[in-house]
Design a protein around this ligand. Structure first.
Ligand code: GDP
Ligand code: MG
Length: 200
């Protein structure tokens, strides 16, 4: 059962800030300089009794623009393969960039569950600028201020809603557990050719 959620987006939009806030500790490095998060960082999130795995993507260590964009797209591809739900983070302060559009194209084509997260919405004035991001073509858009945490609850509710349900042992009856232990092997053959000796 895949309960993995990945955070993707171009550098400096606040992916690592969001990651740290959701996992509740400072595991991913946040920096003003683009490209500080090395590789992928894994964490676990707990929300209202549910848990899921969260991946922060980054690892854009080369400063050349081409390699940079290639690395971002590579991370998006991996996220599409691995994650059940993708959080696509954009930045209200910069507006939509061409790299945002490229990532949006990849995600739309993948048909994955994507929540578009418009980050850095720290005040009401910025809230008015969120609507432009509907232009990226995602119906599910959430505004967030990763720095203050405002907006995280709604996002977490929606993520948990979209993940496959966790099945805990306690929810199964003793009979169901017993049933799961019996190997389901059908023995097919002519009557009276020694089927019972096969079983014994
Ligand atoms: P990443 O490259 O996408 O992982 O971005 P980071 O999490 O490293 O953040 C890049 C910069 O944006 C840092 O200076 C953060 O403090 C800043 N930042 C992140 N979230 C917010 C936010 O909600 N509001 C504001 N104003 N700045 C933010
Ligand atoms: Mg980062």
């Amino acid at each position: 059962m895949n309960r993995t959620v990945a955070i993707v987006g171009r550098p400096n939009v606040g992916k690592s800030t969001l990651f740290n806030r959701l996992i509740g500790e400072r595991k991913s490095i946040i920096d003003d300089i683009s490209g500080v998060t090395r590789d992928r960082i894994y964490g676990e999130v707990e929300w209202n009794g549910a848990t899921f795995d969260l991946i922060d993507t980054g690892g854009y260590v080369d400063n050349s623009q081409d390699v940079f964009e290639k690395a971002i797209k590579e991370q998006v591809k991996i996220a599409i393969d691995e994650a059940r739900v993708i959080l696509f983070v954009v930045d209200v302060m910069t507006g939509i960039t061409s790299l945002d559009e490229d990532v949006a194209d990849m995600l739309r084509k993948s048909k994955k569950d994507v929540l578009l997260i418009v980050n850095k919405v720290d005040n009401n004035k910025r809230l008015q600028e969120v609507a432009e991001f509907y232009g990226l073509g995602f119906a599910d858009l959430y505004s967030l201020s990763s720095i203050s945490g405002s907006g995280t609850g709604e996002i977490l509710d929606e993520v948990v809603e979209r993940l496959p349900k966790e099945i805990e042992d306690a929810e199964l009856t003793a009979e169901q557990i017993e049933e799961m232990k019996i190997p389901k092997v059908a023995i097919i053959g002519q009557p009276n050719v020694g089927k019972s000796s096969l079983v014994n």
